[in-house]
Structure formats: C-alpha cells, structure tokens
Design a protein around this ligand. Structure first.
Ligand code: GDP
Length: 312
C-alpha cells in the first residue's frame, strides 16, 4: 500500500464491495476507517462534511451506493437516481474540502450504451442510449464520474473512477426479487434443492450474456489502482470473459446439486443483451483477475449456506 495513505476511509463497509475492500486492507495490516450507517447518513451533505472535518482520512474508497438487480432498478428508479446522486454529491466534495489525497469512485458496466460494441472499451462512454432497465442508476454514476473529472480539472484533485463488471461474493444481497442474477439464483436453486423441486424458473430468455467478477478480485484491483492509476479517464475492471444466463444457471445447478429442469419466465425483462468489458487498459498496467467463476461461485455458495439465516 502507498505510504501516502495511512487513513483509508471505506464508505459502504457493510456492503458487498466495501466489506471485500476492508478484508483486503486488513490482509495488509491496514485498519480502515469506517462509519456505521446509523452514525452517519452518507446522503446528508452537512453531516458528511462535518464527519470529514473530524476524521480527516488520507484516501477514500467510495463503495457506498444504492444497488440492486434488474427488477429493483426497473421499479424504483427514484431511489437509484436520488440516493446515488446524494451519496456522491456529499462524499466527493467533502473529500476534496478536507484534504483527502486520493479518492476512488466506483461505477458499473451499466454506464455504457446498451448497444456498445463488445468488448466494451472505456471510450464507449456517452456514445449512445443507455439500457432503460437501469438508466437511473447509470445516469447517477455517470454524473459521479464527471464530478470526479471536474474536481481533477478545476482543483487538481486526485479522483479516479473504476467501472467494475457484474460482481458477486460474500455479503451480497440474496433477496429473491431485488438481487442480481447470480446471488438470486444461488438462493433459488438452494431452496429448490432443499424442497426436492423438479423444476426451477429463471427470468427472461436465458440468452443475455454477463461477465462476473468475484468481489475479492475487485477489492484487489481497487487497492492496486489506488497505488498505480492516476487519470480522470475511467478504467474497466473485469475478467474479460462472459457466459449466458442459461449457462450461469446450469453452473449454479451443478454446484448446488440441483438436477431438475430449468424453465423461463418470459414476462421478465432480459435487459441489455451483452456487457462484456474490454480489460486491456487494466491488463496493460499489470493486473488480472485470479478467481475462476466455478471456484468463486462454489465459495460464495459455501458462504451463503453458512449465513443462510441472516443473509439479506
Ligand atoms: P443486469 O445485469 O443489470 O441486467 O441485472 P441482473 O443481474 O438483475 O440480471 C441479469 C440477467 O439475468 C437478466 O437478463 C435477468 O432477466 C436474468 N435473470 C434470470 N433469472 C434472474 C433472477 O432470478 N434474478 C435476477 N435479478 N435476474 C435474473
């Protein structure tokens, strides 16, 4: 870890991404600065400013966000737009105002146009219309990227923006309806297996393709880029490979031990047909993902089984 950063504030430390970053920092013997949700509402600009004035971190990893799967995004766009704008509009200016040396902003691959050429290069940003099922979230994140660039341009503030692909791992949201596909299916297959069900239903046609990155790999990339990347241009973080939703379902069935049939609910949206990130820029800097998908899902499934009574 870069010696300039003694006090690293991880915003959103209880979430999928934040908790992985905390684990990663602790592995290096760094105790990150964190603050509980009930002690500080990150959407509250004044409270955040006052907290920064006292805590005075050297670096900030902004992993706090309102996130959710295709159904949650599609049905509650107000929260996805407003909460994310509020969080970033509170944290980024406070970080700059109170002497933070570097800030890492986390976006998502859904900021790119729905029909961007695949694999998606960073230069595809703002070159076409967004996928409508998550455009509220995407627009908030695009505003966050621009805010980081604006602080860099106007105040030479070292803010970088990482665009991770679809993430999964421990501490994910396994909600049956609001979650993303991978944790949602882990839960559904687990419950079907326990109930001895002969069939399971997945949403949509199963043909959309998605790329999945284990959150421990993302956390590693985050710390790597905190030390080795300093540019206003966004940088993709992914594995460079994708699979169809049906193939994902079959893989999860194998890991969980479910042998029944997989059926489709075509009344549910497919979302964007494909969003595979081009990870050439990150590879050129010397970082690649390490955790294979089957291994990562198996580990996540073990975590899910150990926490099944308390998962979100
Ligand atoms: P997206 O990557 O933003 O589209 O978000 P999701 O991870 O929620 O969905 C990815 C794809 O998986 C979409 O095509 C969904 O229709 C499909 N899918 C299949 N079954 C499920 C499920 O049980 N939950 C979710 N969230 N998506 C599912």
């Amino acid at each position: 870890m870069d010696g300039r950063f003694r006090k690293v504030f991880v915003a959103g430390h209880k979430g999928l991404v934040g908790s992985a970053i905390v684990r990663r920092l602790e592995r290096d013997g760094i105790e990150p600065l964190v603050v509980d949700r009930h002690a500080l509402d990150l959407r509250d600009q004044r409270a955040v400013d006052q907290w920064f004035a006292k805590a005075r971190p050297d670096a900030v990893i902004l992993a706090a966000a309102k996130v959710g799967g295709i159904h949650a995004n599609n049905t509650r766009p107000v929260e996805f737009l407003l909460d994310n704008l509020r969080i970033q509009n509170a944290v980024i200016p406070a970080a700059h105002a109170h002497g933070v040396r570097k800030l890492v902003f986390l976006g998502s691959s859904c900021i790119y146009p729905k029909l961007a050429p695949q694999p998606i290069q960073e230069s595809a940003l703002l070159t076409g219309p967004l996928e409508p099922t998550n455009d509220a979230y995407a627009l908030a994140k695009i505003a966050g990227i621009r805010l980081c660039q604006a602080y860099r341009q106007q105040h030479a503030f070292e803010a970088i923006s990482l665009m991770p692909t679809n993430l999964y791992g421990p501490n994910d949201n396994f909600h049956p309806i609001d979650s993303h596909v991978l944790p949602g299916l882990i839960r559904r297959f687990h419950e079907a297996q326990n109930a001895g069900a002969e069939r399971i239903v997945i949403w949509g046609s199963g043909t959309p393709r998605r790329e999945f990155l284990h959150v421990d790999d993302l956390a590693d990339a985050c710390i790597f880029l905190l030390a080795n990347y300093d540019s206003g241009e966004v940088i993709n973080v992914g594995v460079g490979k994708d699979i169809s939703i049906l193939e994902l379902a079959q893989l999860i069935a194998k890991i969980v031990g479910f042998r029944g049939t997989i059926e489709h609910d075509l009344s549910k949206p497919d979302g964007t047909p494909r969003k595979l990130l081009d990870v050439g820029k990150l590879s050129a800097l010397g970082w690649t993902a390490r955790i294979g998908l089957e291994e990562g899902i198996a580990e996540t499934y073990r975590w899910f089984c150990a926490h099944v009574g308390s998962v979100r």
